[in-house]
Design a protein around this ligand. Structure first.
Ligand code: GLA
Length: 731
């Protein structure tokens, strides 16, 4: 069992892979404290009291109450509550029927079980009885009769602990939750760096690393989705940790709505990390007997640097989060018409693209925005999910059948969560959009957000989608979401539950996605949000891939995909070869290089294949072959970073090594040509020292140790934006 209660020491020991996580129960008042999270340790006596510093004056939880506040404010609490003296970030905020905000939790009981129970209505990692063990700790506020059930799962073979909390009102009066975070971890020491992913539209998930220092560093979103700006991920790394060495703790919230992560450097050389739903725009009413479930936080421990953390996240998400039947399969190579035609297309144009594409080996046509209502620009028709037969003459079925006849699959774009003011849906139901009565709601991209918390609205939209998807042989859906939530008001919720809208909204999105993937299990669902504004583990539970960014420029993508892949597997990263000059940044890069960069993702095309230069088109069959040759390795292998263009401003390099270490693919991109510079030596990673590998391009053989420690020389590249693949197989 990965989790045990060591009764003589009054502690819970959670062992996950090479990591241990230890929770102590303190004195007769039953405080639940954090003892340790780090490299796996043996069971023999653990100095939990001394590690939690509960005997050090003045921080003793003495019965006479004399220095109680000093205790609360320094104690490494597993789930700190607001209002009693812990002045750091807390997890739980309440408003009781008397208008008070304080609560205090005591340990009551525990249960250890094999496997992992699902979380009510929420996406979460999963595992069977052999994969993981779960600990449920019941805590209670005896005055309020408020129960908090802390859930911990330890994965047997991965350095992963997941956490969540269920909060139940067992009393007789209503209680409102004003803050209900999912985890708190107090680490000793303050010599840490904080790593997070930041950006903007077309510039998502750039890595930021800063010293922790003292005070709070918050990474959060109140946009109703994570947004382009932040990702629900934060890592705390030893300040000298590198890609390959040192201790790193990664935290990722399995949630697609408003999130909050805070790293606080506190007064006595300690770090507190909390994560969960953003308390801004959150208030949840618990009537007697009701309960609330907080989303899951995945906590990864690595003593092998950032790269070790990355590979653990990848393994976990590939095996224990993504449910889609496409998870372990090569995805069809698709061609999407967005950058090819934007709104200006009809059946003939799409078929012309499909004909050419299929002759080159492309396997699916995806029809993007513009096929429904009267949508010829982004001014109208969201919500009217009815085929525009003026554009699609002969209807959707005819188009799909013709595409199928070419041997290609067919995919379609939806933006189910939105409504245009100029739409039949809005004219019939203006009250169905999120807005505050009497206040003009703000438009973004000319659209409002539908109040999906209202089941009638969600059902109406889903029924329209279902009709379209049942009408023809559609095997892929791109589910888009192109504006944040504002003007939070729901006609459906009573005043005392308006604060629940943001969370209820995302629960409704999850429910719709669940219905979609249950009713159409053969459909490959790709999530998207104005590019990559909703790239989070919650989405991956429903669809195995997410459109990474609207910026398809190969050079910008190096940075965007590098940041994304710090947490998310390459198999989840939507990446396409597009036309040049690039539509977002006007840069021209070689077609070959665009292929190498897209290869480190799902791989596909986003261009008018009937219009691109002949020499580019000729390269497509080669790229298709390349994809089929390497995708199994890229989708399932271990990912290693060799060099970051964002750091060195010259070149980028990464590699993927098969789990059995018999095969590896190195990608090297020379972003800028350096004058008076002949070649560059890079050192490979992750190979087996004693295996001899053969470079399939040059035919040369070399030992793993030589490739990793002496390195290889990259030669023969001349000019900017040039790339190279090196494929190694064990001899
Ligand atoms: C978003 C997506 C794009 C495209 C457009 C269509 O911006 O990210 O890929 O689908 O919407 O309007």
């Amino acid at each position: 069992m990965g989790i045990r209660y060591l009764a003589d020491q009054r502690l819970f020991k959670l062992d996950a892979g090479d990591a241990s996580y230890i929770i102590g129960i303190v004195d007769e008042e039953q405080f639940l404290g954090h003892v340790y999270f780090g490299r796996r340790i043996s069971d023999s006596f653990i100095h939990s009291d001394s590690l939690m510093r509960i005997n050090e004056s003045p921080f003793v939880p003495s019965k006479n109450n004399r220095d109680r506040l000093s205790f609360y404010d320094t104690f490494p609490s597993e789930y700190p509550t607001h209002g009693i003296g812990d002045f750091r970030e807390t997890c739980l905020g309440i408003l009781d029927s008397g208008g008070h905000t304080a609560s205090k939790l005591e340990f009551v009981s525990y249960e250890i079980m094999k496997g992992k129970p699902p979380l009510d209505g929420l996406p979460a990692t999963f595992g069977n009885d052999e994969d993981c063990t779960t600990l449920k700790i019941v805590c209670l506020d005896r005055i309020l009769n408020l129960e908090v059930i802390l859930l911990y799962t330890a994965f047997e073979h991965l350095n992963v602990i997941t956490r969540s909390a269920v909060i139940r009102n067992s009393g007789n009066d209503p209680i409102s939750l004003t803050k209900a975070l999912s985890c708190c971890v107090d680490l000793d020491g303050n010599d840490y760096d904080i790593i997070s992913l930041h950006g903007s539209w077309a510039r998502e998930r750039h890595i930021q690393r800063i010293p922790m220092g003292l005070g709070k560093k918050v990474i959060s979103s109140n946009r109703g989705e994570p947004g382009h700006q932040y990702n629900p991920f934060v890592a705390v790394a030893e300040s000298d940790a590198t890609e390959d060495f040192g201790e790193v703790y990664g935290f990722n919230l399995v949630y697609s709505g408003n999130f909050y992560a805070c790293v606080e450097g506190t007064q006595f050389e300690a770090a507190r990390i909390v994560m969960g739903i953003n308390p801004t725009d959150f208030r949840w009413l618990l009537e007697p007997g009701q309960e609330f479930t907080a989303p899951e936080v995945v906590m990864v421990y690595s003593y092998q640097g950032i790269g070790g953390m990355t590979r653990t996240f990848h393994d976990l998400y590939r095996k224990h989060l993504i449910r889609s039947s496409y998870r372990d399969r090569k995805r069809p190579i698709l061609i999407n018409n967005w950058e090819a035609t934007y709104f200006n297309f009809d059946t003939e144009k799409l078929l012309a693209i499909a004909r050419e594409a299929s002759s080159l080996g492309i396997e699916m046509l995806v029809m993007d925005d513009g096929w429904f209502g009267r949508r010829n620009s982004d001014n109208c028709s969201l919500g009217d999910w009815v085929v525009n037969e003026e554009k699609l003459k002969g209807g959707l079925r005819h188009l799909v059948d013709e595409v199928n006849k070419l041997g290609m699959g067919f995919g379609i774009w939806f933006e189910p969560e939105m409504v245009s003011p100029d739409s039949d849906l809005y004219r019939a139901h203006p009250e169905w959009c999120i807005h505050i009565e009497g206040r003009t709601a703000g438009l973004a991209r000319n659209q409002y957000v539908l109040d999906l918390a209202n089941p009638e609205v969600a059902d109406a939209v889903y029924d329209m989608m279902k009709k379209i998807l049942s009408e023809a042989n559609i095997t892929y859906v791109k589910w888009d979401m192109n504006r944040p939530l504002t003007d939070l008001g729901s006609n459906w919720l009573p005043p005392e539950r308006q604060g629940e809208l943001s969370h209820r909204y995302i629960l409704a999105v999850y429910k719709m996605m669940d219905r979609l993937t249950t009713d159409f299990p053969h459909i490959l669902l790709e999530n998207c949000s104005g590019g990559g504004a909703r790239f989070d583990p919650g989405m991956l539970y429903y669809g195995p891939q997410i459109w990474c960014s609207d910026n398809t420029d190969a050079i910008d993508r190096l940075i965007i995909q590098r940041g994304t892949a710090m947490v998310y597997p390459l198999s989840t990263i939507g990446a396409h070869v597009s036309d040049c000059p690039n539509h977002t940044v006007n840069r021209t890069t070689p077609f070959e290089t665009r292929g190498y960069v897209a290869l480190a993702g799902t791989f596909g095309y986003e261009l008018d294949v009937t219009k691109i230069p002949e020499e580019d088109r000729k390269m497509i069959p080669e790229q298709v072959k390349m994809y089929h040759k390497y995708n199994d390795l890229i989708r399932e292998g271990d990912y290693y970073r060799i060099a970051d263009f964002s750091d060195n401003h010259l070149y980028d390099a990464w590699m993927v090594v098969s789990k059995d270490k018999k095969e590896a693919l190195v990608t090297y991109i020379q972003v800028y040509q350096r004058p008076n510079h002949r070649s560059r030596r890079i050192r490979l990673k992750g190979l087996d020292e004693n295996t001899v590998y053969r470079d399939s391009l040059t035919g040369e053989s070399c030992s793993g140790s030589a490739l990793m420690y002496a390195g290889i020389n990259i030669t023969g590249l001349y000019g900017d934006f040039r790339g190279k693949l090196i494929h190694l197989t064990a001899v």
